[in-house]
Design a protein around this ligand. Structure first.
Ligand code: ATP
Length: 307
């Protein structure tokens, strides 16, 4: 049986984002608005590596990647080049429809897309011919823009199956439910989630923000060498965004990496990227440090709508 993450990777929806990136008020403030300066202090676990020279080993190497919608043959990715090294945080920004989500879905092997050219190496291995579950077991994790429901499967069982699939691959003995509870419980607390969420079916009836938190719970329990986070900030209120950023920052080590897709500077303030890439028409057209996002905000890239 395919591990559950693979099932998730294979059955995602391509729903539109929960709010338009050009909308002016996506945050729902439950309390007095916290200062982003103090949020940054609490969320930051490592200094921004913007000016750092690349030093880690390459984790993901994408060269000349082209990909199309399988059903129609419509080309979406038009020659993507991207290298992510161990310990780096990358952000991809760009206007709606530029191909950001498609890139992340192609990386996890979404069945709607076909790679038509180029190469993807993950830890030196060719990813293109791997099944989605193999990619997941190899250490790739993706949080989706619109996380799916899995009726009839409790969150707890889902996480336990996923963790045990990873452990089996590493030759480790499976965890029993009691043992696993002691692993998952502190992570639920850290994300300020109600423990009752573990008993609920995966994402069933969850609000948009609860789904996003739940995806980060999956990431923190399962772990990943490279986490692809597609608009984890969409639909989160200020407190939830801070909790999620703290959790993501807490997972970062010199060995693992994050690729996040976002339209919003506020996420880059909380999870500070080593590199920011701008995507347009299925290609990365510019790469730089986080000042690129500032340039966008100041009108340097007028076609890209950002808050
Ligand atoms: N399965 C599909 N069938 C048809 N068109 C698709 C499919 N997947 C992606 N596309 C199209 O490819 C383009 C890129 O979509 P994608 O979701 O990657 O953009 P994006 O940059 O993530 O946009 P956003 O910022 O709005 O989330 C869009 O025009 C989209 O309609």
């Amino acid at each position: 049986m395919a591990p559950p993450l693979a099932a998730a990777a294979g059955a995602v929806s391509s729903s539109p984002p929960l709010f338009s990136p050009s909308s002016s008020g996506p945050l729902i403030r439950r309390h007095a608005p916290p200062s982003y300066v103090s949020m940054r202090r609490r969320c930051r676990s490592q200094p921004a590596a913007a000016a750092a020279e690349p030093s880690g080993s390459p984790l993901l190497e994408v060269r000349g990647l082209t990909a199309s919608v399988k059903e129609t043959g419509q080309q979406i990715l038009a020659g993507v080049n991207l290298t992510i090294r161990e310990g780096e945080i990358h952000a991809i920004m760009g206007k709606n429809g530029s191909g950001k989500s498609t890139l992340s879905k192609v990386l996890v092997g979404h069945p709607h897309y076909e790679v038509t050219g180029g190469t993807i190496l993950f830890k030196g291995e060719d990813l293109v011919d791997m099944e989605p579950e193999e990619r997941s077991l190899a250490g790739l994790f993706m949080s989706f823009q619109a996380p799916i429901e899995i009726p009839g499967v409790s969150n707890f069982d889902f996480l336990l199956m996923a963790v045990n699939a990873r452990r089996e691959k590493s030759g480790l003995p499976a965890l029993g439910p009691l043992e696993f509870y002691s692993v998952v419980s502190p992570k639920v607390d850290a994300l300020k989630m109600d423990p009752k969420f573990l008993d609920r079916n995966v994402n069933e009836g969850f609000s948009g923000g609860e789904r996003k938190r739940n995806e980060i719970l999956q990431l923190s329990v399962i772990g990943a060498d490279l986490a692809l986070l597609d608009e984890i900030d969409s639909g989160l209120d200020v407190d939830a965004l801070e909790d999620v950023a703290i959790a993501v920052n807490g997972l970062l080590t010199p060995q693992n990496s994050v690729l996040m897709i976002t339209h919003y500077q506020r996420l880059l303030d909380l999870i500070q990227p080593s590199y920011v890439h701008i995507m347009e028409n299925g290609k990365i057209i510019k790469t730089g440090d986080s000042s690129i996002a500032t340039q966008i905000n100041e009108g340097g890239f007028k076609s890209i709508a950002l808050v």
